[in-house]
Design a protein around this ligand. Structure first.
Ligand code: GRF
Length: 207
């Protein structure tokens, strides 16, 4: 393992969470390196932003693989391996993953979701929260498992839903918390991954 775990961020769009991770990792003390940004869409705005930070940013267009989702993921996985990635962060990556990819990254793949899971899995969370008249909302970082938005919860941040909220206003309030929660949670996981690697190395020395 390199000095810091090498992290890939997978995106499909604007990449504001990706940018928050990149900015956090610019601090020398941050325990992970954002080494790669990957997208299923060549025109994802986040790719250019990542390149602006000097980070390798590549697209593996899902289109090239038609309906064969696993073939697309095998191509993604090959890039992740080639770049010696140790942790994957999904950040607005808008594809459902196959058990094959999820199994390969078990315990080392994170996702951020804009709701207080297990409530409001899936899309359009802010509109559904407003329609239901909820008074609290937020975001969750969790480990990725086979069920969508179902893996073990690592951290959550809560925001109030205000009486005159619009979907956009609520989304912005949640997003502000996402940009704090994701870097903090990745830092924790990266430190644990690093510590367990060092323990294994020590154990090997003893035997
Ligand atoms: C975020 O709201 C995230 O929680 C969800 O998708 C959105 C991605 O936004 N998974 P961005 O691309 O990080 O700006």
């Amino acid at each position: 393992m390199s000095a810091k775990p090498r992290v890939a961020v997978l995106i499909s769009g604007r990449g504001s969470n990706m940018q928050a991770l990149i900015e956090a990792a610019q601090d020398q003390k941050y325990p992970a390196e954002i080494a790669l940004v990957l997208s299923n869409k060549p025109d994802a705005a986040g790719l250019e932003i990542a390149r602006g930070f000097g980070i390798t940013a590549l697209a593996v267009p899902a289109k090239l693989f038609g309906k064969d989702r696993e073939a697309h993921e095998r191509a993604l996985h090959a890039v992740l391996q080639d770049q010696k990635i140790e942790i994957v962060c999904l950040a607005g990556y808008m594809r459902i993953l196959t058990p094959w990819l999820v199994g390969n990254w078990s315990g080392r793949m994170l996702n951020i979701h804009p709701s207080l899971l297990p409530a409001y899995k899936g899309l359009d969370t802010h509109a559904r929260v407003l329609a239901a008249g909820e008074t609290r909302h937020g975001c969750t970082v969790h480990l990725v498992t086979e069920g969508m938005d179902e893996g073990p919860i690592l951290a959550q941040a809560e925001v109030p839903v205000l009486a005159d909220d619009t979907e956009d206003a609520l989304a912005a309030r949640v997003l502000e918390q996402e940009h704090l929660l994701y870097p903090a949670t990745l830092a924790k996981l990266a430190s644990e991954v690093k510590a367990s690697f060092c323990e294994q190395k020590e154990a090997k020395k003893l035997y």
